[in-house]
Design a protein around this ligand. Structure first.
Ligand code: MN
Length: 319
């Protein structure tokens, strides 16, 4: 394991709980090679980690997890899935850690489940996928979750999901059939998750919870590239003053999941500082080896590489 002698932690690495995944996948399910990897918490997964030099995966459910369920089902299934994930992590605690699924359709229960998952099950934080039945995570109804995350000092990972139907109809409908990725990893995921990040700042959540920690994948969903312009436009007279850059560089961390671009990484390092950037693959939707090849050839300082591959994750997740 390890890449060129460096310990490697990857933290947007997905799995699927059979009972939970059955609530959002049709009878056809996913492509067989993806499905079998999502369901594997043993030999296949660890074999591919070994091959690529990944020492530790922080496991999270795949999208949309429990975010599109009714409140009662979300609470029940999140608890059951988290219990099962905790067992899998316990079996291979040398190779796995966990992010909890949160039943956000019932925000108070989601806050309680976050606490249970962190305190009782040893999870390192939680992942929330896209909108919760049409509602962005900055909505005041989710403040109990934010409050609990701050109190427990664990991050919330805001992960994409298929965009709101009204957005698909208005923005993507003309191209969905020929280019289905337009709604997801090619563009739709990015637009919606970047919007979630901007809205978190506008909502004033970080004024109320100044130590709340948010992780964005895919090198920050484009926001590091845009932070100057967003900050400038939000500072113009006429609106409420918002210090976007300040919140973005204080409350956000980003991962390299599914975005192995050196220019995009360098931009992120310049805008956020290397201490905010964590290695991730997005397995099994992205394979491990292209990430390993990228990191091996990446011309940055040895110290920065150590931070991205493991040091920053150790600090943020207390590993
Ligand atoms: Mn992902």
């Amino acid at each position: 394991m390890a890449i060129d002698g460096r310990f490697v932690i990857a933290l947007e690495e997905h799995y699927a709980d059979e009972e939970l995944a059955a609530t959002f996948e049709g009878p056809e399910g996913r492509a067989p090679e993806i499905r079998k990897r999502l369901l594997d918490l043993g030999e296949l997964r660890i074999g591919e980690m070994d091959e690529a030099g990944i020492d530790l995966q922080v496991l999270s459910h795949n999208s949309p997890s429990t975010q599109r369920l009714d409140a009662e089902s979300a609470v029940r299934l999140a608890r059951a899935a988290n219990d099962r994930l905790a067992e899998a992590v316990k079996r291979r605690s040398d190779r796995f850690a966990g992010f909890a699924a949160l039943p956000t359709p019932d925000p108070r229960a989601a806050a309680d489940e976050l606490e249970r998952a962190v305190v009782k099950l040893g999870f390192r934080g939680a992942m929330v996928h896209g909108l919760t039945n049409g509602v962005f995570f900055d909505d005041p109804r989710f403040r109990p979750v934010m409050e609990r995350a701050q109190a427990l000092d664990v991050p919330i990972y805001l992960h994409p999901a298929v965009p709101h139907k009204a957005v698909i109809d208005a923005y993507y409908r003309d191209y969905v059939e020929e280019f289905p990725a337009i709604t997801n990893a090619a563009w739709g995921f990015t637009v919606e998750t970047a919007t979630a990040g901007v809205r978190m700042v506008l909502s004033g959540a970080f004024d109320v919870y100044p130590d709340l920690k948010i992780i964005l994948g895919h090198l920050g969903e484009g926001l590091p590239f845009l932070v100057w312009r967003i900050d400038m436009a939000l500072s113009r007279p006429g609106g409420s003053p918002v210090r976007f850059r300040e919140a973005f560089s204080r409350n956000f961390w980003i991962t390299t999941s599914g975005n192995f671009s050196t220019p995009a990484l360098i931009c992120s390092m310049l805008e956020m500082g290397v201490d905010r950037i964590l290695y991730s693959v997005d397995w099994p939707f992205v394979r491990n080896m292209p990430g390993t090849k990228w990191i091996r050839e990446l011309q940055i300082s040895s110290e920065d590489k150590d931070k991205i591959l493991a040091g920053n994750a150790r600090r943020l997740l207390k590993l």
